[in-house]
Ligand binder design. Structure first.
Ligand code: ADP
Ligand code: MG
Length: 399
């Protein structure tokens, strides 16, 4: 990266040094009250809801799977065709943005996510999450298809939202010669239990118990802000470091086989990047601007019977659905401006509380399959996502 706009001295490592000073600020992004920090996000805005339909897989194409979804990107509409009692019923849903089966990772990122990343660098607290049935492209959209390896410094064409967001953050900070510090966390929610995906490997032989190590737990401070106690925070200085952390964390994610998708993930994962940027006010006073980006890959939204879950699996699916059901109830309560919003009923909604109805900007990417065999789940995703479109992220919403 050329540094021609930079003052003579700064180098990437000078940020490292200043980073140590910056790290003393609040890490909650948008929730601190420290007098020399800036947090933004007071404006009431709609949650942005994006709909993405994946293409038919090779197998589905070979077996001539009927397509029942049509996407009109220009009109930002999706139509689902259903045959009930020999009658064709078309239902159309409108979204903020629609990406059809031939849409490219780059286009989705540039048109919908890149502006959100800019907001993070302006000091906003932003959350992007992928919602949909297993096998519809949540992980493909968030992480990407194949490897994350760069070629000549370029990301692969199938790189997803997370690596592209990371790249944009570093490109902008380096172009601005900003003094910043950055840290990331990566956690998984599985059966309502939090697992730290960045925690060091368990030792293979017994070692004396570390009395200082606190267990992972969801905690609330005196002001009602939620945080995860004991979560590893990795300080990062380059995009490459984050890619390595992502690989390490993703490999640790628990997966279980379902009848729908052998690789399906049955856990929710939350990857968070917190950035402290030093800024001078018009009066020449030093301020720390804090931005936070949460990237959430939700577990499959399908119901228990369709995924063939039984026994232990049924409990697991029930717990997964508990979080998703509560997320749905929270969305309903926010849409209806109901007095009680049940954030506390699941860990996912407690963790995402500040992203739904709080002082943040939220983007939901709902993913669907075009296949007739997924229609029931697709309609449920379309309903769910369409409903989410009416949430306003207003701080005054009753909590
Ligand atoms: P999920 O995370 O929702 O279970 P995946 O992201 O694992 O689904 O996607 C399932 C399969 O479909 C993968 O093989 C993935 O590469 C492919 N896929 C998903 N979305 C797309 C897309 N938009 N373009 C091409 N392939 C896709
Ligand atoms: Mg997945």
């Amino acid at each position: 990266m050329e540094k021609r706009n930079c003052p003579p001295s700064p180098s990437p490592r000078s940020t490292e040094k200043s980073g140590r000073d910056l790290r003393s600020g609040d890490s909650n992004g948008g929730t601190n009250t420290n007098s020399n920090t800036i947090t933004r996000g007071e404006k009431g805005v709609n949650v942005q809801v994006i709909l993405r339909c994946r293409p038919l897989s090779d197998e589905e194409t070979k077996s001539n799977t009927p397509v029942v979804i049509s996407c009109n990107e220009r009109r930002r509409e999706v139509a689902a065709t259903q045959i009930i009692a020999n009658k064709q019923i078309d239902r159309t849903f409108a979204f903020d943005k629609v990406f059809g089966p031939s849409s490219k990772q780059k286009d989705l990122f540039e048109q919908s996510i890149s502006p959100i990343v800019n907001e993070v660098l302006e000091g906003y607290n932003c959350t992007i999450f992928a919602y949909g049935q297993t096998g519809t492209g949540k992980t493909y959209t968030m992480e990407g298809g194949g490897t994350r390896k760069t070629k000549n410094g370029e990301l692969p064409t199938d790189a997803g939202v997370i690596p592209r967001a990371v790249r944009q953050i570093f490109d902008i900070l380096e172009a601005q010669c900003a003094e910043y510090s950055m840290k990331v966390t990566f956690l998984e929610l599985y059966n309502e239990e939090i697992t730290d995906l960045l925690a060091p490997e368990e030792p293979k032989f017994p070692v004396p118990e570390d009395k200082t190590k606190k267990p992972i737990a969801l905690m609330e401070d005196g002001k009602g802000f939620v945080f995860v106690r004991g979560l590893e925070e990795e300080i990062v200085y380059s995009a490459g470091e984050i890619y390595k952390i992502l690989d390490k964390g993703s490999a640790k994610r628990r997966t279980a086989e379902t009848l729908l998708n052998k690789q399906s993930s049955r856990s929710h994962s939350i990857f968070s990047i917190t950035i402290h940027i030093k800024e001078l006010t018009h009066e020449g006073e030093e301020m720390i601007k804090i931005g936070k980006l949460n990237l959430v890959d939700l577990a499959g939204s399908e119901n228990i019977s369709r995924s063939g879950a039984r026994d232990g699996r049924a409990r697991e699916a029930g717990e997964i659905n508990k979080s998703l059901l509560t997320l749905g109830r929270v969305i309903n309560a926010l849409v209806e401006h109901s007095g009680h919003v049940p954030y506390r009923d699941s860990k996912l909604t407690r963790l995402l509380r500040d992203s739904l109805g709080g002082k943040t900007k939220t983007c939901i990417i709902a993913t669907i399959s075009p296949s007739v065999y997924c229609l029931e789940e697709t309609l449920s995703t379309l309903d769910y996502a369409h409903r989410a479109k009416n949430i306003k992220n207003k701080p005054e919403v009753n909590q």
